[in-house]
Design a protein around this ligand. Structure first.
Ligand code: G4P
Length: 527
């Protein structure tokens, strides 16, 4: 296959959802259809363990598992799907945001009884910032659900997004019979007896096909015809361009638990979802089909083997083809390295990456050389943009129990900041470090990691601080004046960039009002 063909067959996506909507179940069924796993229950068992707060540390120590499930590659009907996992707990939403920078589209899973929930909304907003195409899967139709029209209306209203149903449900709850495929005019009936069955559907000549009555009672046939007529009148016809631009979402109804609707979702992803496209870099746009390889680090996973302090840098390939042993330039440091030990991720296993193309994710084991946002190329000086750091919402002071280990702690914190596990600030005055996170569970994980990986017992202590803002100025003189006048409220992050630590909302506003020529940034782009 040519490079172009291989790239066109790639679908790199993530699933966004509120906890409990069915992301884990759907993931498992997608893998089952792709032939990547044989048994139901495997991904699920992991998802459950990951969700349980009390089990978090244990799971963290079993990093092998969470790494294997970070990226799941499977094939279906000549297409290769790279499904990137997003952490389920909202305290790790920052990781989720970064994962979303490495995918070309998303699947939004809704619980049919609940519609759009808080976390769905938040994650959708991130997709919107990137104009990312989103396919919707309305799950749990085998339970009591909201009315299908109301669900569509809710998506449209709450997300300001056009909707086009791709399938239409026939009944719900105990009465759920299946769906009518509006795009291909097929009837797809659910066979609840076997949860792992891959129903193909029954091909019909449209809704007027008399055979419809062979499969459904007449009252169902009548109401299906009526509803389909209504929905076709109310919703815009499917417009792939609008979907690709992020203005319209095709909606599939199903029941992941019963493997129902999963096949249709997969074929929808194959038919409509974008293959890897162009990516913006500071210098230029990079097209996926350019022959030379480029890619960026969007995630760093540490401590896969607790005995060795190893880290895996996850690289999204933006263009070209990767071959084992090839020489790649690490643009930030200017170093060239031969990559022999990159990994590919299958459903449960990792394997040595012999070859990969744009859209794929490879994992490069390293001992601290990479940061989130780093670019790799075959020599060209380009830096990809758009990988954000977020201003922390919770900040604590961290001290080593043994004051003699302050230097070691500094190094540990720097590594954790490079991985994106936390923001780390060194105030200009005082000896302590401030650690900022988005969700409080991150503090627990950090304390545990500093103790186990770096062997430094630490104490986290609350601070009076409210939030942090990266400070930028076009005029270095103004920045200097500001810094001289505000030394007590300033720190630098792990890259040396100045950061304003605000005690409260008022303090933050005052800083901004008093220094109108400065930018107080809530997010920082890693370039
Ligand atoms: P998450 O990853 O989004 O958090 O959700 P997950 O897949 O773990 O599903 C959450 C719960 O919803 C699970 O029930 C799961 O079995 C159930 N579920 C998922 N899809 C469907 C569906 O199509 N229909 C129905 N009726 N339920 C579904 P649980 O009680 O937490 O676990 P379990 O006891 O079923 O294993």
């Amino acid at each position: 296959m040519t490079l172009e063909e291989e790239i066109s067959n790639r679908r790199t996506f993530a699933i966004i959802s509120h906890p409990d909507a069915g992301k884990t179940t759907l993931t498992e069924k997608l893998l089952l259809f792709g032939g990547a796993i044989q048994l139901a229950g495997e991904v699920k068992a992991r998802g459950e363990r990951r969700r349980a707060r009390s089990d978090w540390m244990k799971v963290e120590q079993e990093r092998g598992i969470s790494v294997a499930s970070s990226v799941m590659t499977y094939s279906w009907q000549d297409s290769t799907f790279n499904l990137l996992d997003t952490p389920g707990h909202e305290d790790f939403s920052e990781d989720t945001y970064r994962v979303l920078t490495a995918v070309d589209s998303a699947v939004m899973v809704l619980d049919a009884a609940k519609g759009i929930e808080a976390q769905t909304y938040k994650l959708f907003e991130v997709c919107r910032l990137r104009d990312m195409p989103v396919v919707t899967f309305i799950n749990k139709m085998d339970r009591e659900a909201l009315d299908a029209f109301d669900l569509l209306d809710e998506i449209e209203q709450k997300l300001a997004l056009d909707v086009t149903p791709a399938t239409w449900p026939i009944g719900m709850g105990r009465d759920f019979k299946g769906c009518y495929d509006l795009i291909n005019d097929r009837l797809i009936l659910m066979q609840a007896a076997d949860k792992n069955i891959r129903s193909e559907g029954i091909a019909l000549e449209g809704l007027d096909d008399p055979r419809l009555s062979e499969y459904l009672p007449q009252d169902r046939v009548d109401s299906l015809r009526e509803q389909v007529e209504m929905v076709r009148g109310l919703c815009k016809p499917f417009d792939r361009q609008a979907y690709l631009e992020g203005h319209l979402t095709p909606v599939f109804f199903g029941s992941a638990f019963n493997s129902f609707g999963v096949r249709d979702l997969l074929s929808g992803l194959r038919d409509f979802a974008p293959s890897p496209g162009a990516q913006a870099a500071v210098e230029r746009q990079v097209d996926s089909k350019e022959p030379k390889l480029s890619g960026f680090v969007f995630k760093i996973q540490a401590n896969m083997d607790p005995k060795h302090r190893d880290r895996m840098a996850f690289v999204r390939l933006v263009s070209g083809r990767f071959k084992r042993g090839m020489k790649l330039k690490h643009v930030r440091t200017g170093k060239t390295l031969s990559v022999h030990n990159a990994q590919l991720f299958l459903a449960q296993d990792r394997e040595l990456a012999e070859a990969a193309v744009a859209g794929d994710i490879i994992g490069i084991p390293n001992h601290g050389g990479y940061k989130i946002g780093d670019t790799l190329t075959e020599g060209e000086e380009i830096r990809f943009t758009g990988i954000p750091s977020f201003a922390p919402e919770l900040m604590q002071r961290v001290r080593p129990v043994d004051p003699m280990r302050a230097k070691h702690l500094a190094r540990a914190l720097e590594q954790l900041a490079e991985e994106g596990a936390a923001s780390v600030f060194k105030p200009y005055l005082g000896a302590d470090w401030i650690v900022g996170v988005v969700g409080s569970l991150q503090f627990d994980v950090l304390a545990d990691r500093i103790r186990t990986e770096f062997n430094i017992p630490v104490r986290f202590e609350p601070t009076e601080l409210y939030t942090a803002r990266w400070v930028e100025a076009s005029d270095p003189k103004v920045l200097k004046q500001f810094m001289d006048a505000n030394r007590t409220a300033l720190a630098e992050d792990h890259t040396g960039q100045p950061v304003y630590l605000a005690r409260n909302h008022w303090h933050l506003n005052k800083g901004q009002d008093d220094w109108p020529d400065l930018k107080f940034l809530k997010t920082k782009q890693e370039v």
